[in-house]
Write a protein that binds this ligand. Sequence first.
Ligand code: NAP
Length: 501
Amino acid sequence: MDADNAHRDIRIAVIGAGFGGLCAAMKLDERGYRNLTVYDRAPDVGGTWQANTYPGAACDAPSHLYSYSFDQDVDWSYRFAHGPEIQRYLGRCADRAGLRHRIRTDTEVTRADWDGGEWALTLGDGSVERADVLIPALGHLCVPVYPPLPGRADFAGDVFHTARWNHDVDLRGKSVAVIGTGSSAIQTIPAIADTVGKLTVFQRTAPYVMYKLDAPYTERTHRFYRRFGFARKFARGAIWGYFEFFNYAFWRFPGAMALLRRVHGRQLRKRVSDPALRAALTPDYAIGCKRILLSSDYYATLNRPDVDLVTEPITAITPKGVATATGTHEVDVIVFATGFETSEFLSSIEIGGRDGKTLREQWSERAAAYLGLAVPNFPNMFLIWGPNTNLGAGSIVSMIETQAEHIVRAVERIAESPGTTVEVTTEAYDAFLGEIRAREPKTIWAGCDNWYRDEHGNDIHNWPGSMRDYRNRTRRALTPHYRVTAPTATESHSASGSDVG
Ligand code: NAP
């Protein structure tokens, strides 16, 4: 089909204005699809970077890689950009692409239903809008979770989650408890240690924290990169290759991770001299099984006399503080750095497919999608950062770009004639899921408790392979994995069927 004659006026609804939703919108806009709306319940673009404003929020992948390959013209302040700068970058990308007027912030989509050949989106105010293509781009980490500890509502002081930081609470001189020692905690703990009067960190499992080789970029480096664009590309490529090595190691050569574990042990010995504290900070599971964290000041902060590490399990929150078996740690403020609801995908929105079956029902045993992108019975719906497309190492932006390109190809088919549907076949879905299931037990993530698993023990989040492998697979022809149905004739394409891919 001649792309210029395609029916580019089809209505496209993207849910989420973070890295994923904006990427899909920009790629579709570039191909001429202008009847496109991006919905986000937040007041601004940015997704996770809009929501996570806790002190110290920063990226743990280098910014050259944690940015769109097609928008590299940016002078990052640091090797690992801080949250507000990433948020500004995304806003700037939306402006440069001329997308702002198609982004509806403060607009929540509460449900979406496949209704007579189109998607009906119900918004928070009860109104209904219609679209030919639905692209949920909500991410894995958008609903903050509090552990089920009794007494939280009775706490007399201030309490909030890192993902909903309460900037009205003045922490100066206060006694503060931080619960959790994951990615968010290890960034915020050093960032608030100088401000608070006393800090108590509650650790359930010791994380592997590797030294973060961060540094500000100088004006000279900026000038160099501006002048020699290829150097920026080279830097990006080198970082990509570095992380790609770990993506192979995670599932093919877990033995290679032993070396990294030794490096961590050496770093811990160098930075924490107190043997008891060091023992408490030593992880007891295979490195890489939970996310490897990066920080240059976390261990140093725990050495401070005004910072305590508590490893006793928390039994309850009391009006005065955090209780363990041996007593209550009295504090003025409790910060929950306890992560997100990850056992259910797209939990904040109900999606009804063909014959009224909801995605929740379809996923009752486990969340899955063909290449993390498409689900049978949900025609013309494509997920960004869907099940099993998270990375253990590297930049999720690479995966997102690959997915957006795949979606553009599917949309080109849908646009060929009004009413066309593109739907993944059950065979392709089942075969893909079978492959994921077969690889899963061999990965490094199978060996411990982590947020990648659902309540049945399935790893529904991580891609058990390399970024390159994923990219190659998403670039294959759409058929025979998808069924393309035109309104007048049904085509079940064979491998030799026509395909823009
Ligand atoms: P997380 O990694 O899930 O960490 C939650 C922490 O809370 C863990 O240490 C967990 O301990 C602890 N916890 C949960 N319940 C507890 C309880 N009852 N008592 C004591 N501790 C408890 O959450 P997160 O730090 O928000 O990070 C989630 C993901 O977001 C990361 O893995 C990463 O992908 C992403 N993230 C990325 C960045 C970045 O720099 N790009 C920054 C922040 C977050 P256990 O380990 O024992 O479960």
